[in-house]
Design a protein. Structure first.
Length: 234
């Protein structure tokens, strides 16, 4: 409104000074008070009625939720009383080592008793040793005795074979049960005078006589052990 009035006053002042009136100026109404631009000599236009704004419905306040009751803090448990440390047990006194007993020098260490030989096995071993000794002496016996004391020999007679038959071993004849002792006597091994071989008494000597003696020793060992069967003598 004030701006329109000032415009009119300026136009009137310029007209009095003889200057040309300026071109019609458009008046712009204030946006704040709702006035419209008017031309000179015209009455201002009536503003259009403004509809009142609809009343704003006030916002309904939501009822505030009651705050949850604060739970009371749990009572702090009192700390357990510290147990007193157990008293340290004193270390046990070390027992003195026992004195080593001296070895009994008088008692000799005991030896396990020898195993008892099997009688049957012992006899068998003695007979086997006798047979080996016979086989070792056999060449000497064949040289000096077989001509009279072997079946079928040239000088063999029934009487001679009945006394001593060496065709097989063990020997047979009347002297078979004592053959070892008899051979020692007739050949001079027992200290008696030799009476054999027939026709040549005392001819068996040296290694030949030693071989016959070894056989008679083996025979005697078997005889004493009861390895020979019982037989009748002359």
């Amino acid at each position: 409104m004030m701006r329109s009035l000032m415009t009119v006053l300026c136009v009137a002042a310029l007209g009095g000074c003889g200057s040309k009136p300026p071109k019609e100026a458009e008046s712009v109404g204030s946006a704040s008070d709702g006035s419209a631009a008017t031309q000179p000599g015209t009455s201002p236009a009536t503003p259009a009625p403004v509809e009142p704004a609809a009343p704003t419905e006030p916002a309904k306040p939501e009822p505030a939720k009651p705050a949850e009751a604060t739970k009371p803090a749990e009572a702090t448990k009192p700390a357990e009383a510290t147990k007193p440390a157990e008293a340290t047990k004193p270390a046990e006194a070390t027992k003195p080592a026992e004195a080593t007993k001296p070895a009994d020098a008088t008692k000799p260490a005991s030896r396990p008793a020898p195993a008892r030989p099997d009688p049957g096995r012992a006899k068998a071993d003695l007979l086997a040793a006798e047979t080996r000794a016979w086989n070792a002496a056999k060449p000497v016996l064949q040289k000096y005795c077989a001509n009279c004391h072997t079946q079928g020999a040239r000088g063999a007679t029934k009487k001679k074979l009945d006394h001593f038959d060496m065709t097989s071993y063990p020997v047979s004849g009347h002297h078979a049960a004592t053959i070892g002792i008899t051979m020692r006597d007739v050949l001079g091994l027992s200290g008696k005078k030799a009476t054999m071989p027939f026709g040549k008494p005392g001819a068996v000597e040296g290694d030949d006589l030693a071989a016959i003696k070894a056989w008679t020793d083996a025979w005697e060992a078997a005889e004493k052990a009861g390895a020979h069967p019982a037989a009748g003598g002359h």
